[in-house]
Design a protein around this ligand. Structure first.
Ligand code: ADP
Ligand code: TRP
Length: 328
């Protein structure tokens, strides 16, 4: 059986790039589901700082983004006792494995990846790192014997590439790698931004989680809605304010606001005010935890270091098998 961990708890691996201030789309789409998984299986979660180099961020900016993302995850409920939480770059075996995998990866496999084409068509310079990105991702996945890799739809192809590379390697050198399965977050909604399109840093339509509360609430009040008059009934399912509210509020609150939309005499301004209140209530405990953590960089660093030790232990054991299999 190719899946060596099947008799044990499943290894669940996720990674996220430190690409800037986190927003509600990142939280509801990736961070919250990753945090919720910590009570299932054996979760590993890492900050993909080597992947972030493909877009050549300024060194000081990269450093602060990595720190901020670590603080955000810990503040939002990631428990480092349950999840192995670490920085990709602190596990050098990953880049060692990347070269070995590169040598068996057919060019055609990478040429078919749409993320490279999408990124270069958006004007991101076509460097080799960007092209070879899926091989680094395969190394991330395979080195920890990952069984399940929760990702958004855009990353599904990369997990399939990792699986193809594992199959190729196992075919040449014997059964070394566990075959990973993507777990697509189908049940997780695409969160709309203030202009109604998908919330994304690249569209400049984000609502941040942490930061100046006044500015965040101002952004919520500026969410674009249609021009249905105040007294007319409104369809909550077509409204970006409701789409976000649904993620934050309790079942009772959601049903209550739904009724108000459908009854009429309830304006989008009212809904936005309720969303502001729900936002404040939901994030208040995380906010104070985040302030404490941001003032305690030594604690954050030592937490990551502990995770990195555990991650390196798994990685070096896999690398021993790999080097042995390839004759080095
Ligand atoms: P951005 O589009 O702002 O650059 P990223 O591409 O860095 O965000 O996404 C990081 C993670 O957050 C990914 O797992 C992605 O699927 C998730 N994500 C980003 N935006 C949204 C959104 N609007 N709705 C749901 N998930 C999102
Ligand atoms: N490429 C992923 C993204 O941009 C991040 C990532 C890197 C990742 N390595 C991974 C995700 C391994 C899952 C598994 O979202």
């Amino acid at each position: 059986m190719s899946n060596q961990n099947s008799s044990l708890k499943k290894i669940i691996l996720s990674g996220i790039q430190p690409s800037g201030t986190v927003h509600l789309g990142n939280y509801f789409g990736m961070m919250r589901p990753a945090i919720e998984l910590q009570d299932k299986g054996l979760p590993l979660l890492f900050i993909a700082d080597y992947h972030a180099l493909t877009t050549i961020p300024r060194p000081d900016e990269l450093k602060s983004r990595i720190f901020d993302l670590a603080v955000d995850f810990l503040a939002l409920g990631l428990d480092p006792e349950k999840t192995i939480f670490f920085r990709q770059s602190q596990v050098p075996q990953v880049t060692q494995l990347t070269w070995i995998l590169s040598c068996i990866t057919p060019m055609g496999l990478l040429e078919r990846c749409h993320s490279y084409k999408d990124k270069t068509s958006k004007g991101i310079p076509a460097n080799h790192g960007l092209f070879a990105y899926p091989v680094l991702m395969a190394a991330d996945i395979l080195i920890y014997n990952s069984n399940i890799v929760p990702v958004g739809k855009d990353q599904k192809q990369h997990v399939e590439v990792a699986r193809d590379i594992a199959l190729k390697f196992n075919g040449i050198y014997g059964d070394v790698f566990t075959l990973p399965e993507p777990m697509i977050r189908e049940d997780v909604a695409v969160i709309p931004g203030i202009d109604g399109q998908k919330m994304s840093k690249s569209y400049g339509n984000t609502i941040e989680i942490f930061g100046n509360e006044k500015e965040i609430l101002k952004k919520i009040m500026s969410i674009k809605t249609d021009s249905t008059p105040l007294e007319e009934p409104k369809n909550p399912d077509n409204c970006p304010v409701f789409a976000i509210y649904k993620q934050l509020a309790t079942e009772v609150q959601i049903n209550d606001i739904k009724k108000k939309y459908l009854a009429g005499n309830y304006g989008y301004g009212h809904a936005k005010k309720e969303l502001c209140e729900a936002f404040k209530t939901y994030f208040a405990p995380f906010n104070s935890k985040r302030k404490d953590l941001a003032n305690n960089p030594d604690f954050v660093e030592s937490t990551l270091k502990k995770g990195e030790e555990k991650a390196r232990e798994i990685a070096s054991s896999t690398m021993k098998n790999v080097l042995n299999a390839i004759g080095l």
